[in-house]
Design a protein around this ligand. Structure first.
Ligand code: PMP
Length: 423
């Protein structure tokens, strides 16, 4: 890999603390939205002067914009290792991509989904069989195998995440794809938390569908992708009906565009969003090894540091195995919201707290990791804290978080009633 990693913009921002000091922001919330890459910023700036309508105008700017939009689609296809005829539909985000797929599955499709999924992948399906959280990756494969073997004939779809937004753990999507195909089912993978960290090759892994969001891939908000097999998408009515999706319209009859992309991208598309995603794909591609090595160093530092702080408990499903730069934890006796506010107001650290749009999964993790066993503590409110990182994260950010948590934990130990003590 290339040693110099791509740079994010805004990494040197100062943020105010409660005591009025200003400190460099330690952004540990990449899993929610990652900061923008310099290369993405430059690509969008280059495209702005040619900002014009796509697919309709004959003018020069319109042609340049249209070419850039279609080139972005090809870049994404290459980035995902998708086959040449795979559909690559630009959506608003992962949520939109999964809802588009849910809209396009043939009537009567049985969807099999783990309850550990983000709500974006858990909720859109009309008829879903929900599988419980598996205790090991092997159990995940066994559960999927049995569910698909026992499901009724007809179209079937297995939906699973590639990397958990709560624990960062990687799921065995290659093996799950094999299981799905053995049963004549398809597999759709939520790659929102994988593609910012690891190369994903749809063809090599045998994935039928992949969804992700630009704003987690170092590009701005508002654009995402659904890529995969085009037959169901071409057969379904448009997800959005309107201009662009229709091939011909008369008083009595509408014929929809036959290609999956046109059919499901009605209205004026987010061209700058697509260009931004493509720029991020191109900027990341030469750097996977350097990125993984950087994250692994930070991950080891963070996890061993957390393990050494009394009362801090990491949430993990499998405990071991490959993972991306996402770690969730609780602090005994302190509600997650209070932890997150203290980190922000006293230390300039940005983390997320809550249930991370994965309520069943967080509930499960809290029970298996024993954080509610403490009973009676104000931390038992079903929430956790999540630290997540990537290209712009430094050792100093991790060390600042660990020092802050160490201080918080010792304050809790010195206080009988944390909830009434001043922050
Ligand atoms: N899936 C996963 C695994 C996620 O982490 C997220 C974002 N938290 C989503 C789906 C939804 O992404 P978006 O909000 O961009 O639609």
């Amino acid at each position: 890999g290339v040693r110099v990693r791509p740079k994010v913009i805004g990494a040197d921002a100062l943020v105010p603390l409660a005591d009025g000091r200003r400190v460099p922001y330690a952004n540990l919330d990449y899993a929610a939205s990652a900061p923008c890459l310099e290369a993405v910023h430059e690509a969008v700036t280059r495209a702005l002067p040619y900002y014009s309508s796509v697919h309709r105008g004959a003018g020069h700017a319109s042609q340049v914009t249209t070419d850039a939009y279609e080139a972005a689609r090809d870049t994404v296809r290459g980035f995902l290792g998708a086959w040449r005829r795979a559909a690559v539909v630009f959506t608003r985000n992962t949520t939109d991509a999964m809802n588009l797929l849910a809209h396009a599955v043939p009537r009567g499709t049985t969807v099999v989904v783990f309850e550990t999924e983000h709500h974006a992948s858990l909720l859109p399906w009309r008829r879903a069989v929900r599988l419980p959280a598996p205790a090991t990756p092997a159990e995940a494969i066994g559960l999927a195998d049995r569910a698909l073997a026992g499901s009724p004939a007809g179209p079937r779809l297995l939906v699973v995440t590639a990397a958990s937004n709560v624990t960062g753990e990687l799921w065995p999507v290659h093996e799950l794809a094999r299981v799905a195909h053995r049963h004549g089912a398809r597999i759709a993978v939520d790659a929102a938390q994988l593609v910012p960290h690891r190369r994903l090759d749809m063809t090599a892994l045998g994935l039928d569908y992949v969804a992700f969001s630009g704003h987690k891939l170092y590009a701005p908000f508002g654009a995402g992708v659904l890529a995969g097999r085009s037959d169901w998408l071409r057969a379904a009515d448009p997800y959005l009906k309107g201009g662009g999706a229709s091939a011909s319209v008369t008083a009595s009859r509408t014929r929809w565009a036959p290609a999956a992309e046109q059919r499901h991208e009605a209205g004026t598309p987010n061209v700058l969003g697509a260009i931004a995603i493509a720029a991020a794909c191109e900027a990341l591609t030469p750097h996977w090894d350097a990125l993984a090595a950087h994250e692994e160093r930070l991950l080891v530092r963070l996890r061993s540091g957390l393990a050494a702080i009394p009362g801090v408990r990491e949430l993990t499903l499998w405990g071991r195995g490959p993972r991306v730069g996402i770690v969730s934890f609780t602090v005994d006796g302190v509600p997650a919201r209070e932890v997150a506010l203290a980190l922000s107001e006293r230390h300039g650290i940005g983390v997320r707290d809550g249930k991370f749009c994965a309520h069943p999964f967080v509930r499960h993790l809290l029970s298996v990791n024993g954080t509610e066993a403490g009973g009676g503590t104000p931390a038992g409110d079903g929430t956790a804290v999540r630290a997540s990182f990537g290209l712009g994260t430094t050792k100093e950010h991790i060390d600042r978080l660990l020092a802050a948590l160490g201080r918080l934990a010792s304050e809790v130990a010195d206080t009988d009633d944390w909830s009434s003590s001043p922050m």
